[in-house]
Ligand binder design. Structure first.
Ligand SMILES: Nc1nc2c(ncn2[C@@H]2O[C@H](COP(=O)(O)OP(=O)(O)OP(=O)(O)O)[C@@H](O)[C@H]2O)c(=O)[nH]1
Ligand SMILES: [Mg+2]
Length: 343
């Protein structure tokens, strides 16, 4: 299990990658600046080498920066693939590798030809031809670089969620009290970061109990609407959460402050149960301080009909019922020692 040192998400420190257009621009900027030397052959070789070195440097940087599909946690791969399709991603990396080799070959063939050539006009013509061919590959064959560079710049902003740490994912329709609960439970100040395809930021708090450190995630704009209202990419961003080890805590508000009806909240809960079949589900009826007994009873009946077993009655505001619920959640997380294999 990971320790409680601050987790850094895998894309955070990616180097700065250039788009195909930026690579060509960099070449065209540097290329004319090469100092002319008396020996024309040396000069032209230097020009060719500069072009090759810039392109090789940028392509190798892209290849080196790419996440290893076998080592990157599934959660983070799934998030990445919401931004760039998985097949597109792998075929693009293959393409970059292939054309990197083609460019290397062109460079060394033309270099050899230039070395064995003594006519000045031919040496310059060979250099021109080679540079033209190399740049045309970058412009025409390696357009896919742009998609990767764009995806990686998004990936840098993904939230830092430790994919090995036990996690409580707090779900529920808007205004049911998710944020209030997360801040009540978190020992440290929760961190805020964007999550793909949500207008609101995801919030990650931590709570400690003995040696156990648990992440608690507030998911505004994510698990608060029926799934059929979402497009497949948004659904994939939601499904990524399935790869975090831990549980779902679904909040219900049937108080006099409620915005959504019990039926609407049960509908979203059913969706969540269907999408997170591998996750243990806990449900809390929140805002008990302002809820009538009858409304609590109705909610309990609906939940029992859905065969929800772990139901709590709480008030995130006054703290009522929180200790009992938290003890149960922690007991469950402790007993199910979550690790990478659960993802
Ligand atoms: N009386 C009472 N009010 C509560 C309780 N929990 C939350 N609230 C209030 O309910 C309102 C919504 O709470 P939030 O924590 O912002 O709800 P949320 O689910 O995070 O809302 P979104 O981020 O919009 O999805 C706030 O005014 C809270 O003060 C509770 O247990 N009792
Ligand atoms: Mg909130």
């Amino acid at each position: 299990m990971s320790n409680d040192k601050e987790y850094r998400q895998p894309y955070e420190n990616l180097g700065y990658l250039l788009s195909s257009r930026q690579i060509v621009e960099k070449v065209l900027r540097r290329y004319p600046k090469i100092k002319r030397v008396k020996d024309l052959k040396r000069f032209e070789l230097q020009r060719l080498d500069t072009v090759y070195n810039i392109i090789e440097h940028e392509l190798s940087k892209i290849v080196r920066c790419m996440p290893d599909l076998n080592k990157t946690p599934r959660f983070y791969l799934e998030l990445l693939f919401t931004i760039i399709d998985e097949n597109e991603f792998t075929s693009c990396i293959k393409k970059i590798r292939k054309y990197r080799g083609v460019i290397r070959n062109l460079w060394s063939i033309y270099r050899r030809r230039m070395l064995s050539e003594n006519r000045s006009f031919r040496i310059s013509a060979l250099r021109r031809e080679c540079v033209g061919r190399i740049l045309s590959i970058v412009k025409r064959k390696l357009k896919c670089i742009d998609k990767i560079v764009n995806a990686m710049s998004h990936a840098r902003t993904f939230p830092s969620i430790d994919p090995l740490k036990p996690t409580i994912i707090v779900a529920g329709m808007p205004q049911v009290g998710k944020s209030t609960l997360v801040s009540t439970l978190s020992s440290a100040k929760p961190k805020i970061a964007p999550y793909p395809f949500t207008t609101k930021n995801i919030i990650v708090g931590h709570l400690k109990s003995g040696k156990l450190v648990v992440q608690i995630i507030d998911t505004p704009g994510l698990l608060d609407r029926p799934l059929h209202e979402r497009n497949p990419i948004e659904q994939r961003a939601i499904a990524a959460l399935e790869h975090l080890p831990g549980i779902i805590l679904y909040l219900i508000d049937v108080s006099k402050l409620r915005i959504y009806s019990l039926q609407e909240q049960i509908h979203v809960l059913k969706d969540i149960m269907a999408s997170f079949q591998k996750k243990e589900l806990f449900v809390a009826i929140n805002k008990i301080d302002v809820t009538s007994k009858e409304d609590v009873e109705k909610a309990l009946q609906e939940l029992r009909r859905l065969r929800v077993e772990k139901i709590y009655i709480i008030s995130a505001k006054t703290g009522y019922g929180i200790r009992v619920m938290l003890d149960d959640l922690l007991k469950f997380l402790r007993e199910h020692s979550f690790n990478a294999s659960s993802s």
